[in-house]
Design a protein around this ligand. Structure first.
Ligand SMILES: [Zn+2]
Length: 417
C-alpha cells in the first residue's frame, strides 16, 4: 500500500488529470486512472501538482533588516554602506531568528531548496557564516540550503577577504562566490575571478558570482567569467547572478558575450525585483532597464533562473519569499507575455533552477523524491496571475505545510440572492 495518494490533481507539464502515489518518500506512481487506496489520501481539488520550488539566489543573514535603515538614495551603493554599518552588530542568535522566519515563509510558499550568499570580508569575518550555518542546521529537516562564500567587499582590493574565503570553504561553504564589479576596474575584476577559480579548483566546488550588478556599461565581467569558465573546463558549474549592465550594453556587445555565456554553459540568475528597484537611479531618461536580457538569453539557449535576493531590508523593501511573485515580476520586467515565455517564467524557479543546483531526479515522475506543491491553479499563467495558496507542500513524501484561504461575503451576498 502507498503511504500517501494525491487524488484529483493536474499534471504540471501536460495539464492532464493525474493521481500521484508516494511510498518511502519517493514517487511510486503517476497515473491518469485511479490508484488503489493509500494509507493516507489528500485531494488536490483539481489543482496542479508541481515539483517544489527553488530560491536560487538569496541572502539569509540580512532578511527583515528593515526598521530604521531606510535607503534614501535607493542605490545599491548606499545599501551596501548601510549594511556595512549593521554587520558589526549581527549575532548568531539574531541571524538564526531572522533566517528562521524567512525559511518558514519560503517553505510555506513551496520552496524546498535555497542558495544563500554569505558575506565573507574583513568586517564580517566568519561570524555571519557561523550564524547562517546554525540556521541551516536548525532547519535541515525542512529545507536544503547551499551556502556560497561571498566576498562582497572585493578580493583584489581586500587581501584579508582572500584568507577569509579560504577559511570559509574549509568550514564547509558549498560554493565560491564573487563580485568582480565591486573592484576598482576590469583588470582587478579579472584578478578577482582568477582567485575564485583557484579556490573552486582546489575544493572541487561550483561557482556562483554576483556579476555586473550595475547599470554602468563599462562593466562586462560576465565576458571574463565565461572565458575563464571555458579555459578551466568548469562548463555547467558556474552561475552568474544579476547581470544588470547588459541592459546598458549595445546589441553587438551583448550578442558577443551572450554567445560566450552559452558556450560556457553558465546559468544566469536574474534578480529582477531588486534590480528594478536599485538600478537606473542615477540616470535621467532614457533609463537603462537594469535587468539581464532574459528573453535574449533564453533564445540563445542559456539557462535563466529567477531569484528573490533580498526580503524587506535596505536593499529591497518588499518581497514575501514567494517564487511565484518573483517569477511574475521577472515576467513583467523582461516583457514575457507570450505563452512560451509565461511557461519559461513559471519554470525558472522549478526546472531551470534544478539544472543550476544541480538536481537530477526532479519532477513529478516515478523514482523522484516526493518534493511537491499542490497549487490552487490549473495552468502556468493562472499560477503567475494569482500566486494562489499552496494547498499542500510535501518534502520527501511528508506533508510539511497545509494552507487554505476562504473568502466569506457578507454585505455583498445580498446583491445576488
Ligand atoms: Zn545577491
Amino acid at each position: 500500500m502507498m503511504d500517501l495518494v494525491i487524488r484529483n490533481g493536474l499534471s504540471d507539464t501536460t495539464g492532464e488529470t493525474i493521481e500521484v502515489g508516494i511510498k518511502n518518500g519517493l514517487i511510486e506512481a503517476v497515473s491518469s486512472t485511479p490508484l488503489p487506496p493509500g494509507a493516507r489520501e489528500i485531494d488536490a481539488e483539481g489543482g496542479m501538482i508541481s515539483p517544489a520550488f527553488f530560491e536560487a539566489h538569496f541572502h539569509l543573514e540580512n532578511a527583515y533588516l528593515w526598521d530604521g535603515l531606510i535607503n534614501q538614495s535607493g542605490t545599491l551603493l548606499e545599501a551596501i554602506e548601510i549594511y556595512a554599518e549593521v554587520k558589526h552588530d549581527l549575532t548568531t542568535a539574531d541571524i538564526v531568528q531572522r533566517a528562521g522566519r524567512v525559511i518558514q515563509a519560503a517553505v510555506a510558499n513551496g520552496t524546498l531548496w535555497l542558495r544563500s550568499h554569505v558575506d565573507i570580508d574583513h568586517i564580517a569575518k566568519l561570524t555571519i557564516l557561523n550564524g547562517v550555518a546554525a540556521a541551516r542546521e536548525q532547519y535541515r529537516d525542512l529545507i536544503d540550503i547551499q551556502l556560497v562564500a561571498f566576498p562582497q567587499l572585493g578580493m583584489a582590493r581586500n587581501p584579508e577577504a582572500v584568507d577569509m574565503m579560504w577559511q570559509a570553504l574549509e568550514k564547509g561553504c558549498d560554493l565560491v562566490g564573487g563580485m568582480p564589479h565591486g573592484e576598482k576596474n576590469m583588470a582587478d575584476a579579472a584578478r578577482h575571478i582568477e582567485l575564485a577559480f583557484e579556490m573552486a579548483e582546489k575544493f572541487d566546488v561550483d561557482i556562483d558570482m554576483h556579476i555586473d550588478e550595475t547599470d554602468d556599461p563599462y562593466w562586462h565581467s560576465l565576458e571574463l567569467l565565461a572565458e575563464k569558465t571555458i579555459e578551466s573546463g568548469w562548463q555547467g558549474r558556474v552561475t552568474a547572478g544579476h547581470c544588470c549592465s547588459m541592459s546598458a550594453w549595445d546589441d553587438a556587445m551583448a550578442a558577443r558575450i551572450i554567445e560566450k555565456v552559452k558556450q560556457a554553459d553558465i546559468h544566469v540568475v536574474t534578480n529582477a525585483p531588486i534590480n528594478l528597484m536599485l538600478e537606473g537611479r542615477n540616470h535621467h531618461h532614457p533609463k537603462p532597464r537594469g535587468i539581464a536580457r532574459v528573453v535574449e538569453l533564453l533564445q540563445a539557449g542559456v539557462n535563466v533562473v529567477c531569484g528573490q535576493d533580498d526580503v524587506q531590508n535596505m536593499f529591497y523593501p518588499y518581497g514575501q519569499m514567494d517564487p511565484l511573485e518573483v517569477a511574475m515580476i521577472t515576467a513583467h520586467a523582461a516583457h514575457m507575455g507570450a505563452p512560451e515565455e509565461i511557461q519559461a517564467a513559471f519554470d525558472m524557479p522549478r526546472y531551470h533552477a534544478a539544472r543550476l543546483w544541480p538536481l537530477e531526479k526532479y519532477g513529478v515522475k516515478v523514482g523522484a523524491e516526493a518534493n511537491l506543491v499542490v497549487l490552487d491553479a490549473k495552468s502556468p499563467v493562472e499560477a503567475l496571475r494569482r500566486r494562489p495558496v499552496r494547498r499542500y507542500v510535501l518534502r520527501k513524501g511528508i506533508i510539511v505545510v497545509e494552507s487554505q484561504t476562504q473568502t466569506t461575503w457578507h454585505q455583498g451576498a445580498a446583491l445576488w440572492k
